[in-house]
Design a binder for this molecule. Sequence first.
Ligand SMILES: O=C(O)CCC(=O)C(=O)O
Length: 275
Amino acid sequence: MTALTSDQLNQYSEQGYVAPIDVLTSDEPLQIRKEIEEIENKWPNELEGIGRNYVHMISPVFHKVCHNSKILDAVESVIGKNILICGTTLFIKNPNQKGFVSFHQDAKYIGLEPHNWVTAWIAVTDSNKENGCMRMWAGSHKNNLQKHNQKFDEGNLLTRGQTVENVPIEETTPIILKAGQMSLHHPTIVHGSGLNKSNDRRIGFVIQSYIGSDVDQVLGKIYVQQARGNDKFRYHQHTERPTELMYKKDIKLRKKANEELSKIFYRGSKQKGKY
Ligand SMILES: O=C(O)CCC(=O)C(=O)O
């Protein structure tokens, strides 16, 4: 077991995040990047817009990452042993684009109740201040849900451009990760990220999130995979592991899952964004 140490658990409960944690082998980040770039080359629209979600349903490489035992050991320390994977998102910032993520709390529009869940952000490339790493407002997870303005602004990688205003950036902590490391963050921590000013892509594969089997989706329907333990609640539809890249049956199910996810993301909103 590579469970979190008591210092790491303390950091998570006091600051709302823990990082860095080594989780991938040295060759995995490149394999994952190649998988992304193969999909982008062969199926150019597949990872666009809402297609950045649920990639673990169509790719054995991403599926393997979600079931990585080092990640799951750390996750188990936070949410207990009955673990479901309820979604994944690729957060890619290309160097020539103006991508950023406004400060927000994940729990605001996601509908996962109770908050027995945690988000794992896996660095596929290095992630640092130059290329727009995440920044955490330590301790903000203790403040419950805050008001978010919905801005739908150009370049914002969030669905609604949801923004907690007046976050003191100088008080936020950059989460600097080497490719193959991860951070874990709390459902209510305020976090965001700036522009990629480097010459290469910044790629985060985000398991968003690992949920305890006691967590319901109160805004709609999600598709889950059992990562550990059991699911006596059976709130959600369980799916199989993909056996090959872009298998027809998996593509169809992922499309359905993304349609349902979009309903959750935009519930109650008059406007829809790009994702
Ligand atoms: O990748 C980023 O910069 C932000 C991702 C994010 O907001 C999240 O994983 O909750």
